[in-house]
Structures are given as C-alpha cells and as structure tokens.
Design a protein around this ligand. Sequence first.
Ligand code: COA
Length: 323
Amino acid sequence: MTNPESSLLGVCFIGSGSAVPDRVLTNIDLAQMVDTTDEWIASRTGIHERHIADGEQDSVANLAAKAGQKAIANAGLTPQDIDLIILATSTGDDLFGTAGRVQKILGAERAVAFDLVAACSGFVFGLVTASQYIRTGAYKNVLLIGADVLSRWVDWQDRRTCILFGDGAGAVVLQAGSQNNLLGFEMRSDGKGNDLLNINYSGRSTFEPISMNGQEVYRFAVRRVPEVIEKSLHYANLEVHDLDWLILHQANQRIIDAVVNRFGIDPAKAVSNMGKYGNTSAASIPIALDEWVQAGKIQSDHVIAIAGFGAGLSWGSAVFRWG
Ligand code: COA
C-alpha cells in the first residue's frame, strides 16, 4: 500500500487516547499481601496505587483497542482510515501477536497490524518505526499503541517487584503531513544487561515471573536516559530549555527527579502520573501524554521530549511537536 499523496512525508501527531482497568490496587492493599508499607513504596518510587487487569475485559487486546478507539476518534478519523497498527507490548495475549485481535475489535479492516516487543522502550521504538513508514510514503494514517498487562507476570509474593507495576494502554494516531513534527530521535540497546530485567522462558510452555536487579536498573536509567535525550535534542537542533514538556517512562519518581536535576529544567515541565498508575511499561508514556493532552496542558505546537528505558536493556528518546 502506498500513500497516494506521496509529497506528504512529514509525521504529524493528530490524536491520543488511553485506557486502564477499573480495579485499583493501593499501597495499603499491597501491605496486606507482602511485607511492605505505603510509606516505603511511596518514598522509594512515588507510586501510591495502580490499576490491575481483571479478567478478559482487561486483556491486552481489549485495553489496547479501547485506547486506540479513543485516539482515532480524537484524531477525527474512523478505524477504516487506519493503514497500519503497531502494538508495542511485551505481555501479549498471544505469542504469535496481539495486534491482529486489536485490528479485529476496532474493525480497522484496511490496516496491516503487528506487534513490536521492546519492553518499556516499546512506545519510543514504535514511534520511530511508525515514522519510517510515513517518511517513505508507504502509509498515511498509523495507529501506535503501547499496552501492557505486567500484573500477569509479576510474582505477587516478591515485594521487590510487585509494588512497581500496573496495567494499561495508551495510543496516538500519526498522520502523513506537509510538516515533519518528529524532530529527532535516538534508540539504543545493550544485550549485555539482559539479565538485569527479564521474563525468561522456563521450558514446558511457561515463563518465569519478572526478575529484576532494581539497583542496577536504577543506575542504568539515571545514566543512560539523559544521553539519549541530549542526542535527540541535538538532532532536532534544540536545547533543553526549548522543551515545553518532558515525558519519561513512568518507572520511578526518583529517576524523573534525577533527570530533571541533571538538566536543570523546571520540574513542572516533567510530566508525572505514576502515583496513580505505577509502571505500565510500554503504556506509560502514551497514558501520561494523553492525560496531559485531555487536560489541555499539552497544546498544539508544544515541543515534547519522551524517553523510554527498560528490559533488553533498551532505551530511547524522541523529540516532537504536538499536532
Ligand atoms: N517494602 C519494604 N522493603 C523493601 C521492599 C518493599 N516493597 N522492597 C525491598 N525492600 C527492602 C530490601 O529487602 C532491602 O532490605 P535490606 O537492606 O534489609 O536487604 C531494602 O528494602 C533496600 O532495598 P533496595 O533494593 O536497595 O531498595 P532501593 O532503594 O534500590 O529501591 C527499587 C528498590 C526497586 C524501588 C529501586 O531500586 C528502583 O526503583 N529501581 C528501578 C526499578 C525500575 O524502574 N524498574 C523498571 C524499569 S522499566
């Protein structure tokens, strides 16, 4: 399929949407399940509660489709307008891929749909991947969704990990246009750090629960995230003070604070909603983006830097203009 108006090779951001399960699990609830306290979790992570999937209604496909539906509507399009669906997820409902189920629920019959697995960097990697199809004129309207249900893969007896994660989905619609609003990006990975954070195949058609070296992952994030933000700003010909918003993967408030301090930017520009959602993996950046868009804080022409990081190890950043 080719974009018939192939002079339109810029990437525009024309709509966002998000969805989380109804069920809320607070720190107080967790303190009844494992040996922890609200105070410990809140002071070490900034997380107060998270939304947890509750059965089939909150499958990755259903959450992703809900977020996608809202993004398509907010973009002023219909599912039939979508040419490509990229579902960034590491917790799919089907190892063969979950994007096809999302396509079916949406009724996006013209689209081609596939999964992209890059853990908590999935949304950034998905954005860069989607943009390549637009920049080459291959596709015009792309639905990019980040969706994860990590609660399925958490050991609920392990207080070092079970406090961190939540479930949800966020989406954006990208459209080919005359102006290119994806201003710069940088993606990185380092497989040598794979054992620091993974969900390992354990044989007999099963996987182990999430395994994580929290301190090492923390150090990795604080060191590597600023580097890729600097790179993507450099490619965008911009400086940190040109940013209206910084949206980091919502893993830990202390990681956000460290990056904010490092750059000396106004903390009010650093979007944070992990208090309500925990770490929703590939969904965290688009959920935060959508919340700020719906609240009218992010407006047309605002310049936003996003950065994801996590298992792989993988990390990446993109700088774009909203609209
Ligand atoms: N409640 C109470 N105590 C806990 C606890 C919990 N939920 N989890 C761990 N502890 C204890 C540990 O057992 C340890 O006790 P000890 O000193 O008696 O052995 C103590 O708290 C300190 O543990 P430590 O692992 O050093 O804590 P930390 O300050 O590094 O915080 C994380 C732990 C997980 C919050 C932090 O390392 C982190 O956020 N890392 C990044 C993780 C991340 O973002 N992962 C996803 C990336 S996509």
